[in-house]
Design a protein around this ligand. Structure first.
Ligand code: NI
Length: 168
């Protein structure tokens, strides 16, 4: 947080080439090393509209349905209605912090996978939340900017007793 690149709009991907595959491999490695549920290219210093995310079955989050491993390039999001819900978020670029963030509950997202094949999904709940969080990174937005009441933002350790655990 504070890095200028994280406040910028990332560049669209124009070529599905070896450079893109290398970027995705780098993002994958970083996400796994830091045990994140998602990561966006600007978080590893690259201005490109690429996000990846995944949530495996995890006994720490029994209330959250797993999300399949997804590479999403040049994403487009469309909320299906106005309904939003609040949820606790964290971010690999804002380590140790958590905040209560409103997100659209249901949305349709489109884009391409790593090889340029189209992706078109309608999702809800945590899956919808993680996509919105990651795509925000491509538009220069970090989750603390979306927290409505700064009393709902703080250190993970201090908030632990008050929040439903959520993956980063
Ligand atoms: Ni993040």
């Amino acid at each position: 947080m504070g890095e200028p690149l994280l406040r910028e709009v990332a560049a669209p991907v124009l070529r599905f080439d070896a450079g893109l595959a290398e970027l995705i491999a780098d993002m994958d490695e970083t996400m796994r090393a830091l045990h994140g549920a998602g990561i966006a290219a600007p978080q590893i210093g690259v201005s490109a509209r690429v996000v990846i995310f995944e949530l495996k079955e995890n006994p720490r989050y029994p209330h959250i349905a797993p999300v399949p491993y997804t590479v999403l390039v040049n994403p487009l999001l469309r909320p299906l209605d106005d309904e939003q819900e609040q949820g606790w978020e964290g971010c690999l670029s804002v380590p140790g912090m958590r905040g209560l963030v409103p997100r659209f509950r249901r949305l349709r997202y489109q884009g391409c996978d790593a090889r340029g094949a189209p992706i078109d999904r309608t999702v809800e709940g945590f899956h919808a939340r993680v996509v919105q969080h990651e795509v925000d990174h491509l538009d220069g937005v970090l989750f603390p900017q979306r927290v409505r009441d700064l009393r709902d933002f703080g250190f993970e350790d201090a908030l632990a007793a008050q929040m439903t655990p959520m993956p980063d």
